[in-house]
Design a protein around this ligand. Structure first.
Ligand SMILES: *[C@@H]1O[C@H](CO)[C@@H](O)[C@H](O)[C@H]1NC(C)=O
Ligand SMILES: *[C@@H]1O[C@H](CO)[C@@H](O)[C@H](O)[C@H]1NC(C)=O
Ligand SMILES: *[C@@H]1O[C@H](CO)[C@@H](O)[C@H](O)[C@H]1NC(C)=O
Ligand SMILES: *[C@@H]1O[C@H](CO)[C@@H](O)[C@H](O)[C@H]1NC(C)=O
Ligand SMILES: *[C@@H]1O[C@H](CO)[C@@H](O)[C@H](O)[C@H]1NC(C)=O
Ligand SMILES: *[C@@H]1O[C@H](CO)[C@@H](O)[C@H](O)[C@H]1NC(C)=O
Length: 574
């Protein structure tokens, strides 16, 4: 009887007590090519990352996801995989990778790999065999003989690649077209072939056996195309009306090439592979993050279909895609609440503030709002995802046409490339004020180092009494408290300028986060906004400003709190 009681008690405890490792996680995206170069070739590498893991630990990161490190011809900087099971030589060796895994384990930083399932490189062994019509690989890719228009060979239909021009490329050996939704060196895999599905699952298992804690899955919406009709043909996509350039992706409405139902099904199957691995090997939970720029409803479908689960972290791009410099407090509130209200009960929210495909946070919102945005990211419920350098307020770096390397820009022209280029957000990480910002001992790096590196780098921000980095560290520490991991959220937009929210948990400290997203100066009476607040609030941290406006430890009157322009402040009720 006593034993039974103890048993029952411990069962209850295990349910109530411990969040899984990834819940409330603080994830940090490393762009390996630009993080740290250990061998002076001007290109970041795995040993470079391993040498900087203490930094991640110090700033409160619990998991890191690496942009692709697999062997690749680098036409799209690793998003074109040549071999899913080997390391790109300029990034290191398998032994270096194993060392990185061990170092991460020692520091308890979870390592997540980028998985690029939808296409391989045209140098991949599978593609070469498919070109040669080897029976086993014949249907690994999407092939079509094409049409004849006015006596000339033409692509099977009007589909356009994300990087402009026809999504079909003629192969002179096989004498057929293959589909590529990205660059022509990235042929799309045929997920309607069960052999492809199985081969990709085995890739996941391979890396889990190496000790990774999960995967960030790239470009999921493109995984499947509509099924070919009985003649093996694919329908044209209708015009979108969004632009009148037939070579551009915006010309068509992608109803046959994106967000097909089978795509979600595939995500659920991958989750099954991860869960099965966890169970069979008694390891920590393996997680999946999915990248999909799609509707909110589609994003939410990646969590679950109500029966089976998919991604634990379907990347929430609401703050990247819909919030900008001009957004009002009401826009922020709407975007925050729309995710939280659509998310099914019992799942974890996540918030992504930046990545290698978007302008840097400090460039999108202005340097002055850097801390405000990091405060927002770190104080919302659930998982935070930071792109390397955003904790420093690194800004986009202007890269001239003749130094541009991003295929998304190189496929355009000198007049318009800058609106497509992702190079500006991918420049080397700014560690210190030495040669190449301490990223490399080589004076020349694959993309140029920002010109401001002598005044904006980790070393300086650590030494300075006030810095973006210090604020970031304070926030990552704060979010480990119970109010932030388990507490409720109540968001109010007072007007267009002021977003204020409360994080509360019974028996724990109450926190108030006040963000003035505009450039106006005002005084707010917070006693009129939230019930039961005490007369005084104490500042935990506030945006970096000169002269400093609020300092940690300042006590303010709850009835008259200043919300300085572009400043965010975290208060605790005292
Ligand atoms: C320095 O980096 C550049 C650009 O990545 C490279 O071309 C050059 O070979 C590197 N120098 C050395 C000594 O590795
Ligand atoms: C494959 O990934 C590329 C780029 O990463 C993306 O552009 C493309 O749409 C994806 N294709 C599929 C079928 O998922
Ligand atoms: C799906 O995930 C939810 C939330 O984590 C969990 O409660 C549920 O048991 C999972 N369902 C399955 C079928 O694994
Ligand atoms: C790029 O062009 C500028 C002039 O527009 C020139 O000064 C510079 O040397 C060129 N750089 C390279 C790497 O070709
Ligand atoms: C560059 O591309 C834009 C958009 O496709 C086009 O309008 C423009 O004419 C092009 N300019 C040149 C110089 O080719
Ligand atoms: C927020 O900043 C704006 C613009 O700088 C200012 O006009 C407004 O008064 C500020 N609001 C508060 C409540 O301080």
């Amino acid at each position: 009887m006593i034993l039974l009681n103890i048993l029952r008690f411990s069962v209850v405890l295990s349910v109530v007590c411990c969040a899984d490792w990834w819940e409330n996680g603080n994830f940090y995206q490393i762009y390996p090519r630009s993080f740290m170069d250990s061998n002076a070739d001007g290109i970041g590498d795995l040993n470079g990352i391993a040498s900087k893991l203490e930094y991640l630990k110090e700033i409160g990161v619990t998991g890191t996801w690496l942009s692709p490190i697999f062997k690749s011809p680098m036409k799209d900087f690793g998003y074109d995989t040549e071999d899913y099971r080997s390391i790109q030589p300029e990034y290191g060796t398998m032994a270096d990778f194993e060392n990185l895994v061990a170092r991460c384990k020692a520091l308890d930083i979870k390592l997540i790999l980028d998985f690029v399932p939808n296409h391989t490189s045209d140098l991949h062994d599978w593609f070469i065999r498919s070109v040669n019509r080897e029976e086993e690989y014949k249907d690994y890719y999407i092939w079509h003989p094409g049409k004849v228009v006015n006596g000339e060979r033409a692509p099977p239909n009007n589909w356009v690649s994300v990087f402009r021009y026809s999504a079909w490329e003629w192969n002179d050996i096989r004498k057929e077209y293959y589909l590529h939704q990205f660059v022509k060196e990235q042929p799309d895999l045929n997920y309607r072939n069960p052999k492809v599905v199985q081969a990709m699952k085995e890739v996941l298992i391979f890396w889990m056996e190496k000790g990774v804690s999960g995967f960030r899955v790239d470009a999921v919406p493109y995984l499947f195309e509509v099924e070919a009709d009985e003649n093996g043909d694919y329908p044209d996509e209708p015009l979108s009306g969004e632009c009148d350039d037939p070579d551009s992706s915006c010309y068509l409405s992608h109803i046959y090439t994106q967000n097909i139902d089978e795509t979600f099904e595939m995500a659920y199957q991958w989750r099954e592979v991860l869960d099965k691995f966890t169970l069979e090997h008694g390891t920590e939970t393996k997680i999946m993050m999915t990248e999909a720029y799609t509707s909110l409803e589609n994003e939410i479908r990646f969590y679950t279909d109500g029966t089976v689960n998919g991604s634990q972290i379907p990347f929430n791009f609401e703050l990247i895609s819909f919030i900008n410099k001009e957004s009002t407090a009401k826009d922020y509130k709407f975007r925050i609440n729309s995710w939280l209200s659509l998310m099914p009960e019992g799942y974890q929210a996540n918030w992504v503030m930046g990545n290698h495909d978007n302008k840097r946070l400090a460039s999108r919102f202005g340097v002055a709002r850097t801390d405000l945005m990091n405060i927002l990211l770190q104080t919302l419920p659930g998982i935070a995802v930071t792109y390397n350098g955003e904790e420093l307020g690194m800004t986009d770096v202007y890269i001239p046409w003749n130094q541009t390397v991003d295929p998304a820009a190189c496929n355009t022209n000198e007049t318009v490339f800058h609106t497509f280029s992702r190079d500006p957000a991918r420049t080397p990480f700014q560690w210190d004020d030495s040669v190449s910002a301490g990223f490399s001992t080589n004076k020349t790096t694959w993309l140029p180092v920002a010109t401001d590196y002598k005044t904006n780098n980790v070393k300086l921000q650590k030494l300075s009494p006030f810095s973006h980095l210090k604020i970031f560290k304070k926030l990552t520490k704060l979010r480990r408290t119970k109010t932030f991991t388990d507490g409720d959220l109540n968001v109010v937009a007072l007007d267009d300028d002021i977003l204020v929210y409360e994080r509360t948990l019974s028996g724990e400290d109450t926190y108030i986060i006040l963000l003035n997203v505009s450039s106006n100066n005002r005084v707010v009476d917070l006693t009129k906004v939230f019930a039961n607040l005490p007369a005084r609030l104490e500042v935990i941290t506030s945006s970096l400003r000169s002269p400093s406006l609020y300092l940690a430890g300042d006590v303010v009157n709850t009835a008259s709190v200043r919300a300085y322009p572009q400043v965010g402040t975290v208060f605790v009720a005292v």
